[in-house]
Design a protein around this ligand. Structure first.
Ligand code: UD1
Length: 429
């Protein structure tokens, strides 16, 4: 199994290209199931989660054409794939694929809306908590779906098609909003989704659906109104840049006292991450091609809680905890979205960090330095927080189970090495 070896202490200097957003690409790929026409996506990141979604779509019968032509000229590499769901042959999303990636549940809404029936394995728990999809299911029921649970599978049917409804989510859910948004585009009548998620990735999906012929109002707000249409049509669409990848490299630049330009990063979708970095003493400026992150002085502690967008993202929490390990003073970082998202903390403590967990708050007391260690990656963002810590630590670190990183960070070692980091992937049986 691959491991990553990092020798820390080198300030990162240079440029890093930010790829397309994984969390936009996944629902955009699932949206291809809504129609016979094709969805051509450019700026797709090259990640194992994208391959998992592609495998699931192929299982349903979707044809993929890699490196199709597109009118999008991104200025940095991104692959182009055309997804054509003309001949769907299987309406079941099997456990073997869904267990690898929870976002597989995003095929439920489109399949049900187009074919009136779908069978999707329940995703089960994961390293960061139980993560049910009950809110997706109860919202689909409001739209007239009959849902039964059978041997670990959700069996959904809507014989006369889905009907528009007023849905108020009791809690903001990104995946739930996406599933319902896709389902509602083909429903009869109008659907109003209240307390919808308003992450930039939701707006990306909604904008693409509109380009496909969907009628959606309120994009970028907590209330989305969708008037169902009979058919959607083919589309060419470029995935937005990954704000979490950009935020992660910003933290890496900050912890090493570096100076890095993040090419393609968009400040306007990184709001709270940039605010928090600035509060901690990091200089951030917009450039012609992205944003520049630079730290010359010391780091100060911050008090932050994770919230739905536009609040501070839970997907940036582990990276911020790593950064605050070497800041002056004591930081309080509360995790409000997932119940078990502190798996990186015991590993950071093995590097010399001073952290106490108080309920759902990490109390991080800055130390003079971290020391390299042998570390275990547990989930995607926890793993990259260990990379960030190792880049600043004295001595070398080995990070085990790096397949977690490959789910969400494309060419991580290459991008960091390009800025001077000593990092290599070692393959040991
Ligand atoms: C998405 C992101 C993930 C991010 C998360 C929160 C993708 C592919 N993944 O995950 O990276 O960390 O948003 O920003 O985009 N919940 C329920 N019932 C449901 C649905 C959710 O209780 O039916 C709970 C979850 O357990 C969690 C919270 O709601 O505590 C938010 O989850 P949700 O926004 O749905 O996250 P995902 O869409 O799974």
């Amino acid at each position: 199994m691959d491991k990553i070896k990092i020798t820390g202490g080198i300030p990162l200097k240079g440029k890093i290209e930010i790829g397309g957003a994984k969390n936009s690409a996944l629902p955009l790929m699932a949206a291809s199931l809504l129609m016979e026409g094709s969805v051509t996506l450019s700026n797709l990141p090259h990640l194992s989660d994208i391959a998992t979604m592609a495998n699931l779509l192929v299982h349903h019968g979707v044809c993929l054409n890699i490196n199709a032509c597109s009118d999008y000229k991104p200025g940095h590499d991104g692959r182009v794939i055309t997804f054509s769901a003309k001949n769907i042959k299987d309406l079941t999303a099997p456990y073997e694929i869904v267990r690898k990636m929870r976002a597989s549940a995003l095929v439920l809404g489109p399949l049900l809306a187009r074919f009136g029936t779908a069978r999707v394995s329940l995703p089960g728990g994961c390293a960061i908590g139980t993560r049910p999809i009950d809110l997706h299911l109860s919202a689909l029921e409001k739209m007239g779906a009959e849902i039964t649970l059978d041997t670990g599978y959700v069996q959904a049917s809507a014989k006369g098609g889905l009907k528009g409804a007023v849905i108020e989510f009791p809690k903001v859910t990104v995946g739930g909003t996406e599933n319902l948004l896709m389902a509602a585009t083909l429903a009869k009548g109008t659907t109003v989704m209240k307390n919808a998620a308003m992450e930039p990735e939701i707006s990306d999906l909604a904008n693409c659906l509109v380009k496909m012929g969907a009628k959606i109002e309120g994009i970028g707000t907590r209330t989305l109104t969708i008037e169902g249409v009979k058919n959607l049509h083919s589309v060419n669409y470029a995935v937005i840049p990954d704000r979490i990848e950009a935020g992660t490299y910003a933290m890496a630049a900050a912890i090493t006292g570096g100076d890095v330009e993040l090419l393609g990063a968009k400040r306007e979708i990184m709001g709270a991450t940039i605010d928090v970095l600035r509060q901690s003493g990091v200089e951030i400026t917009e450039t012609k091609n992205g944003i520049r992150v630079k730290r010359t002085g010391g780091l100060s502690s911050v008090n932050v809680e994770t919230e739905a967008y536009p609040g501070f993202a839970t997907d940036m929490q582990a990276q911020l905890v790593a950064l605050m390990c070497v800041a002056k003073g004591t930081s309080h970082i509360a995790e409000n979205i997932f119940e078990n998202r502190f798996m990186h903390i015991p590993e950071l403590m093995r590097m010399g960090a001073d952290i106490k967990i108080n309920g759902h708050t990490a109390v991080v007391k800055g130390v003079d330095h971290l020391s390299g260690a042998s570390l275990m990656a547990t989930d995607l963002r926890a793993s990259v927080s260990l990379v960030i810590a190792a880049l600043a630590a004295r001595g070398s670190s080995i990070i085990n189970r790096v397949y977690h990183l490959d789910r969400g960070y494309e060419r991580l070692e290459e991008k960091l090495r390009g800025c001077g980091a000593i990092i290599e992937r070692v393959n040991k049986e």
